[in-house]
Design a protein around this ligand. Structure first.
Ligand SMILES: Cc1ncc(C[n+]2csc(CCOP(=O)(O)OP(=O)(O)O)c2C)c(N)n1
Length: 895
């Protein structure tokens, strides 16, 4: 190992210390006599002079590697030393129970996994939050919202155990949710999971990066509701505790400037800078804290460095020549980790041994004291000071960069070790060391048995813990579902134009926007509708909504829009209703999730419609949608310009042939690909009924297109079929062939039917498939019920197609795997057509020929099925040539 030795750490010498001192003294004297305002002015004048002289000097935005808050500025700790001591003991107990939970689960079943080291580093950060800052929703107060670092979940369970919310049985079933359920117990999920623990977790954070971006948009959505007068403005906070490694995820940093632009002082990030991630150091050769300081500071955040504990204060006080600060500035994170993993004598030699001045500072401490020197994120007083400053800061979001030790207290077994992240086994000696380190009143045998420890109800610790939580409004985290409903307008009140379309031409996108426009005007529901776009409102014909309901902007509109004279001018307003997010699908979906979970988070149901290019949905931000599903979101995702052949020359980057394949995998997402405006109307109505009236935790993915169609009126009795996945749009007694068309390709199926009839005398029946995935789900459930319960449960698709052996041809504008998912339930020969391969630009007609999904290809496919074994190859070639089908063409996947 290359050690950083004093030789390596050669101080950059100041070439004229006298001159430096004069400048510093001058500034100090200005500060003392004329105050900070004048000092700031002079500094900016100096900077301007440097700029004029072409020095190209820029403030590095990095402050020294010390705490931002000076000791003299720290507020008194509420409850004084007693409270600190009690809370330190509580943190020790939490750590123990969290550790016992993981090690026990692992002893019982080696495969179960779990994490100890992350929570061990975060425990104090959480404890100060739980004891002094995180306010629960209670009475009229909406409560704070906390995004917890995911793999610290065992610590949150440990606290809930002490608070009496979880039992020993729950703890004993950590990561054993299935076996727990069969024993009638609520198991504990590995990460925050609202779907699996619906009364407990509010926000899923398990997939790194999702927590940070969601927290920003959550804080923003809270402001949106307040500015629109929907939610009382209260001093609520959104807290996010995240890992320093997690900050490398692009989503973690993606919304930083939004947060400062919108002055979200209701937002506090606490970054647990234990300097390690899973495999090793986050920035072994640098300082992650400094890097984050630059990033957050540059993005306009208030940055608080919380690096060293109170026991460092006297050392800094002795550091009159700045040698200590200098050494810290230059000790890279990899080295700091090595110091964390080693003991007092090692640190004395290798850190304090770097220079005589440092040696003298180190001599103030015993080896044991050096060993126990705390990092800022383990010192309750320092943490309190940082949180206090953050919560009182106005006009900016705050980030606290809290330096901790990964595996804090895990001794030689884990603290600061490269492998500590994965550690879930500890030797008896390590456990004993842990007990002693945190002064836990456990016997050796109790330690050996990994017994959970809960102090008596009348103990100081328990009384303090309960009193603090009750002062802060109750337990956290806690997920509410109050069952509030919203009135759903009658379908006829907003969709008559679609139900009785009478062959009027319109696209399904136009139909949707028209319905939304009416819903927004509805007296009861209107203000709960949240239209969300990512810079594509005009593409989807939504510009009229700009004027109608306005675009939300925290600052209102500070300029006269260029198009002020037009009826549809670009109107921004503080109470605007549209969330126009700009080019950020990740941001827009985060807003959608905040709105789609408002029923639970704020007890205020909202109805978000996020309308986007369908290609940039599940493919681009699928994980955020998955997290929204876990969070029991309710709302509409509208995949516009959908399908692979409806856009034509508009650009292949938008051509989506897969979103329905992915959306089908999300259990609470109901996906539809309607062809007609009336189908869309029925789907929107059903969604609103289920989500707003019946409080079902489902959300809808609906694809629409911008292809104009002659829209028929809704046939009687079609509703059930539309919602279940298919209904007959062209019945034909004694049909020779059945055609299933989905979305934009239904019309190709219709055209094929008439071609078959007129040119080949073949009778074809046509069905509109609104959802292959709903048909498949129904098929799976029925098939299983039949197998397990011997029930006579027939899938909807089987019921509709049975009684005939006429071949069935299915066509959709998605890859063939989409229609293929119903194959098992089709009681006749079945062929699927779809748009596999890369998209490309051309006319719709050329694309549909290329993917072999147009009327002539459907016709040829139908005839090939009907004539199999009956017509010769030559006869089939003749038919193809008559149809204009090129049988020699390469497959769409090959080109
Ligand atoms: C998107 C994603 N990628 C990878 C992981 C796997 N993972 C879980 S924890 C972890 C390391 C986290 O390091 P850090 O954020 O520094 O937190 P620490 O445990 O050090 O506090 C990784 C890579 C994940 N959960 N999500």
């Amino acid at each position: 190992m290359d050690m950083i030795t004093p030789e390596h750490l050669i101080r950059q010498l100041d070439i004229d210390e006298m001159e430096t001192a004069e400048w510093i003294d001058a500034l100090k004297s200005v500060l003392a006599t004329s105050g900070p305002e004048r000092a700031r002015f002079l500094l900016s004048q100096l900077a301007a002079t440097a700029r004029d002289a072409g020095l190209n000097w820029r403030d590095a935005r990095i402050t020294p590697y010390v705490n931002t808050i000076r000791p003299q500025d720290e507020p008194a700790y509420p409850g004084g030393s007693d409270a600190v001591a009690i809370e330190e003991r509580l943190a020790g107990i939490m750590r123990w129970n969290a550790l016992a939970m993981v090690v026990r689960a692992n002893r019982a079943y080696g495969e179960l996994g779990g994490h100890i080291a992350s929570y061990a580093s975060a425990a104090d950060l959480f404890e100060v939050g739980f004891n002094h800052f995180f306010r629960a929703r209670s009475g009229d107060f909406g409560g704070d919202l906390v995004y917890f670092q995911p793999h610290s979940a065992p610590g949150i369970y440990a606290r809930a155990f002490l608070e009496g919310r979880l039992s020993e049985d729950n703890l004993a079933h950590y990561r054993q949710e299935i076996s727990a359920r069969s024993a009638g117990i609520q198991g504990l999920s590995s990460y925050p999971h609202p779907w699996l623990m619906p009364d407990f977790w509010q926000f899923p954070t398990g997939s790194m990066g999702i927590g940070p971006i969601s927290a920003v948009y959550q804080a923003r959505f809270m402001r949106y509701l307040e500015h629109r007068g929907m939610l009382e403005a209260q001093p609520r906070k959104v807290w996010g505790v995240f890992g320093d490694g997690e900050m490398d995820e692009p989503e973690s940093l993606a919304a930083l400037s939004l947060a400062s632009r919108e002055k979200l002082d209701n937002l506090v990030f606490v970054i647990n800078c234990n300097l390690q991630r899973l495999d090793g150091p986050v920035r072994g050769n640098g300082h992650i804290v400094d890097e984050l300081e630059t990033l957050f500071g540059g993005a306009g955040w208030n940055v608080i460095k919380l690096l060293w504990g109170s026991d460092w204060d006297p050392l800094f006080a002795r550091d009159t020549h700045g040698e200590l600060v200098d050494a810290l500035n230059r000790t890279v994170d990899g080295q700091l980790q090595t110091f964390a993993a080693n003991d007092g004598p090692f640190n004395r030699e290798h850190f304090f041994g770097q220079s005589p001045g440092l040696k003298a500072i180190g001599s103030m401490l015993t080896d044991d004291e050096i060993d126990r020197l705390k990092r800022g994120g383990h010192d309750l007083r320092k943490i309190f000071a940082a949180y206090h400053a953050a919560t009182n800061h106005r006009g900016q979001p705050t980030v606290i960069l809290a330096q901790t030790k990964k595996g804090f207290g895990m001794g030689t077994a884990g603290q600061g070790k490269m492998t500590t992240h994965q550690q879930k086994k500890l030797e008896q000696s390590d456990l004993i060391e842990f007990r002693d380190r945190f002064k836990l009143p456990l016997t050796d045998a109790q330690v050996e048995n990994l017994e959970f420890f809960k102090p008596a109800d009348d103990s100081e610790e328990m009384k303090h813990l309960q009193a603090r939580r009750s002062a802060l409004g109750g337990h956290m985290p806690q997920r509410a579902h109050d069952g509030a409903t919203l009135p759903v307008p009658a379908l006829e009140s907003y969709a008559t134009f679609a139900l009785d379309a009478g062959m009027k031409e319109m696209s399904t996108t136009m139909a949707l926007v028209r319905m939304m426009g009416s819903l927004l005007k509805d007296a009861g529901l209107g203000k709960h509708v949240v239209p969300i776009v990512a810079d594509e409102a005009r593409t989807f014909g939504m510009a009229n909504l700009f004027r109608q309901v306005g675009i939300y902007s925290a600052q209102g509109q500070l300029y006269q829009p260029e198009d002020i004279g037009s009826i549809l001018y670009y109107r921004e307003a503080k109470d605007g209703q549209i969330l126009e997010e700009g080019i950020t699908e990740a941001g827009a979906i985060s807003s959608w999730t905040a709105a789609a979970t408002s029923y639970s988070v704020h007890g205020l149901p909202m109805l978000p419609f996020y309308i986007y290019y369908s290609m940039f949905g599940f493919q681009r931000i699928g994980d955020l949608i998955w997290a929204a599903a876990d969070q029991r979101s309710r709302g509409f995702l509208i995949g516009a310009t959908s399908g692979r052949t409806t856009l034509g020359g508009e650009g292949l980057q938008h051509q989506d042939g897969t979103s329905h394949l992915v959306s089908a995998t999300i259990p609470n997402c109901k996906s539809y690909d309607p062809a007609y405006a009336y189908e869309l109307a029925v789907i929107v109505d059903d969604g609103m009924q289920r989500m707003l009236q019946q409080n079902e935790d489902v959300f809808y993915y609906v694809t629409v297109t911008n292809e104009n169609e002659a829209q028929p009126s809704m046939p009687a009795g079609a509703r059930d079929g539309i919602l279940r996945g298919m209904h007959c749009v062209q019945p034909r007694e004694g049909a020779d062939i059945r055609l299933l068309g989905a979305g934009p390709l239904l019309k190709e199926a219709m055209a094929a039917a008439s071609l078959l009839e007129t040119s080949f005398g073949v009778k074809a029946e046509v069905w509109s498939v609104t959802s292959f995935s709903e048909l498949a789900r129904d098929g799976m459930a029925s098939e299983r019920a039949q197998r397990l319960q011997q029930e006579h449960a027939q899938p909807w698709i089987t019921e509709k197609l049975q009684g005939s052996n006429a071949p069935v041809i299915a066509v959709s504008d998605y890859v063939r795997a989409v229609p293929e998912c119903v194959r098992a339930y089709v009681p006749a020969p079945f062929v699927t057509l779809g748009t596999d391969g890369f998209g490309r630009s051309d006319t719709r007609a050329a694309l549909r020929d290329f993917f072999e999904v147009d009327a002539k290809w459907i016709t040829y496919t139908a005839l090939a099925e009907l004539y199999a074994g009956k017509k010769s190859a030559d006869e089939m070639r003749e038919i193809a040539s008559k149809l204009g089908v090129d049988l020699g063409k390469a497959m769409s996947t090959q080109l």
